[in-house]
Design a protein around this ligand. Structure first.
Ligand code: 4AD
Ligand code: MG
Length: 430
């Protein structure tokens, strides 16, 4: 009977067939081992020489890494083997060969591996990262579904600049001039929040950033909830619950993957609300006290973020940044109009900003003033300004960067491994 590795537990003692790819083989002359991957898991197939036919034994000898094969045998429960089951194999048939597979068990350089990303995805670490990412995505959808948020899919081709004029990919759009690849879905979920109350979008976003850091991609996935009648404080409470939920879910369901990645889970276990909160102004004082020459008014850089976050073992909220370093849509702070009602959320262990969020400017005149002050064209924001004309409402939201979150949870140094096919300034292939 044809089955899959994840289903072996239902077939203990039975004769089954598995289709998959050869990860490794070894043989002592008396007994041979094949580790098979079929997408649902990996399993060790054991070929005792005296119990398999001469032809099968010879075919085993021709197996190469990543050949596609069908293995038949008996499922054997074995507490010592990963997954708890082994296959005592009787036969193996090669259905498609693999000659000179480029990624061998020896060490390879990073650029070689990324050039072979389409094959590298099959490696154990990459399998684990992909499954953690998948779990995070599902946890995100479940979190919002349970809280009655409506998912709204926002456009990727847009006519209005969402975040930063300097970081846009643009393309000719028929007779309408320039279209931009969306930097954010936020402006659109704000419109949708007036329709549905609580909404979110979750999709690819684009930044033509010339940053070659381990935290930047030119295409990344962002989840952006937007809520009517929620202020900045309520926004942070949701972020706290959201991150706690995501991390808890991965710890609960992806323990095996975290182990494969040799992730120390102790720091992740500590991620439960409430998270510490400091103002931007306090952050500047803390940085200055630890010897930094940063001055009030400057945006925080990656090193500043790492230094601030190091003082805590939970994610850290930094609130109320200067207006000048943040986007036009953030609401002015009534207690200090030099600043806005925003927050960044900095992950622990040096992973930096994973969330940017804010209460939105709901005053028509102030918003129009900010649009003009930033040199943006008010005509392209007419529809966005309309939201302040027809039933304007207190509302807030945030954006969580998926790859940064996955990189942090996996404990991997660079976010380029947190997506199947990363897009960076110097990488468009495969
Ligand atoms: O802080 P950002 O730019 O915020 C926004 O785009 C808002 N519109 C979100 C909102 O309020 N709805 O980006 C949000 C998050 C960052 O915290 C980071 O995790 C991620 O998106 N991010 C990137 N991830 C990878 N590569 C890049 N170049 C990124 N830029 C931002
Ligand atoms: Mg940000």
């Amino acid at each position: 009977m044809m089955t899959t590795i994840s289903q072996l537990r239902h077939h203990a003692g039975q004769q089954v067939a598995l289709q998959g790819w050869v990860m490794t083989t070894r043989s002592s002359g008396k007994i041979a081992f094949l580790v098979l991957r079929d997408g649902t898991g990996t399993v060790q197939c054991v070929f005792p020489r005296k119990e398999v036919s001469e032809e099968s034994w010879e075919r085993f000898g021709t197996l190469t890494q990543e050949a596609c094969v069908t293995v038949t045998g008996t499922v054997r429960e074995d507490a010592r083997s990963p997954g708890g089951f082994e296959l005592t194999a009787t036969d193996v048939v090669v259905t498609a060969p693999s000659v000179d597979y480029p990624i061998t068990p020896k060490e390879h350089g990073t650029s070689f591996l990324f050039e072979h990303r389409h094959l590298w995805l099959r490696s154990r670490r990459q399998l684990a990262i992909a499954r953690v990412r998948h779990e995070v995505e599902q946890a995100i959808h479940d979190f919002f579904y349970e809280r009655e948020f409506i998912r709204v899919d926002t456009p990727i081709l847009t006519g209005a600049i969402g975040e930063e004029a300097g970081e846009l990919f643009s393309t000719e759009y028929f007779d309408l001039g320039q279209a931009y690849l969306a930097q954010t879905g936020q402006l659109y979920v704000e419109a949708a929040a007036a329709a549905h109350g609580k909404v979110y979008c979750f999709g690819p976003t684009f930044r033509a950033e010339k940053s070659k850091t381990r935290r930047h991609l030119t295409e990344f996935w962002m989840c952006e909830p937007e809520m009517a009648f929620v202020d900045s404080a309520g926004n942070m409470e949701l972020q706290e619950a959201f991150i706690t939920h995501i991390v808890g879910r991965v710890l609960d369901r992806r323990a095996e993957e975290l182990q494969e990645l040799e992730r120390d889970t102790a720091p992740l276990e500590k991620v439960t609300g409430p998270f510490p909160r400091i103002s931007y102004t306090e952050a500047i004082s803390q940085l200055q006290a630890s010897g930094s020459d940063i001055e009030w008014g400057r945006d925080l850089g990656a090193d500043d973020e790492t230094l601030l976050a190091k003082a805590h073992d939970k994610p850290l909220f930094v609130m109320n940044y200067p207006k000048a370093v943040k986007a036009f849509y953030m609401k002015e702070n009534p207690d200090d109009p030099r600043t806005v009602l925003n927050n960044d959320c900095l992950a622990p262990e040096g992973y930096g900003e994973i969330i940017g969020g804010s209460q939105r400017e709901d005053n028509y005149d102030l918003l129009l003033g900010r649009i003009k002050a930033q040199g943006l064209d008010p005509a392209t924001y007419k529809w966005y300004l309309d939201l302040r004309q027809y039933g304007g409402f207190v509302h807030s939201g945030f954006g969580l960067g998926l790859e940064r979150t996955v990189a942090w949870i996996c404990g991997i140094p660079h976010i380029r491994e947190a997506i199947a096919f990363p897009r960076q300034i110097h990488r468009l292939y495969p």
